[in-house]
Design a protein around this ligand. Structure first.
Ligand SMILES: Cc1cc2nc3c(=O)[nH]c(=O)nc-3n(C[C@H](O)[C@H](O)[C@H](O)COP(=O)(O)O)c2cc1C
Length: 195
């Protein structure tokens, strides 16, 4: 379906269009897949993120709709995430390597993973797709299902797909959220010092 919503951020100075236009929908088109070259592109974008001492502690479990991996990820989403995220073409589990193979603590692993996830999202949006990250996930069942080593924290899941109309969402609350105004704290509130 065609996107008719204008979800562009209202900013106090011009910012990159891809940042201003990125938003997190819950209505994805179940009939359209993200092409393989675009999946590779957003994973490449994540790969080229900055990280502490270039440790690159991000890892991903990628499930394409119709595969057992995708179904397993959906199964371990929490609450209402399960109601909408299964329609996304691709689900990516985001993991942080908090301990190196040599046993060293990697203090910035979560920070670095966040940057990689943000970079992935921006690349996908730039390429015409939409992304919705989720923290509402069942970490322990995901760990067991994918046999994830304790050195890794399972942090979040990213849904990537093609935007559909809000009307495609079965739940009225979700439909309302899809069109609710996008809000942010004022910039001044974020600046603890700004001399
Ligand atoms: C780490 C993280 C966890 C999130 N968890 C959820 C979630 O479990 N379910 C959900 O629907 N949205 C989730 N979101 C999406 C946020 O609610 C959303 O990004 C925020 O409201 C701002 O909206 P915008 O991305 O459209 O600007 C999460 C986002 C992030 C970055």
């Amino acid at each position: 379906m065609t996107q008719t919503l204008n979800r562009t951020a209202v900013t106090s100075a011009p910012i990159s269009e891809v940042i201003a236009n990125r938003w997190s929908p819950r209505s994805f088109d179940v009939s359209v897949d993200v092409p393989e070259e675009n999946i590779t592109a957003f994973l490449e974008a994540a790969r080229w993120s900055a990280s502490a001492s270039n440790t690159q502690p991000w890892r991903f479990i990628v499930g394409r709709r119709g595969t057992a991996t995708h179904s397993t990820i959906v199964e371990h989403l929490m609450g209402f995430n399960k109601a909408w995220a299964g329609s996304a073409s691709v689900l990516v589990v985001n993991l942080a390597e908090t301990v190196s193979p040599e046993g060293a603590e990697q203090r910035w692993a979560h920070y670095d993973l966040g940057q990689a996830a943000a970079t992935l999202a921006l690349q996908a949006h730039k390429d015409g797709f939409h992304v919705h990250q989720m923290g509402g996930i069942e970490v322990d069942p995901l760990r067991r299902s994918f046999n994830v080593d304790d050195r890794f924290d399972i942090v979040s899941v990213t849904a990537v797909g093609v935007l559909a109309s809000p009307a495609a969402l079965a739940d009225e609350v979700l439909r309302e959220r899809e069109v609710a105004p996008r809000v942010r704290k004022p910039l001044a509130e974020l600046l603890l010092a700004d001399d």
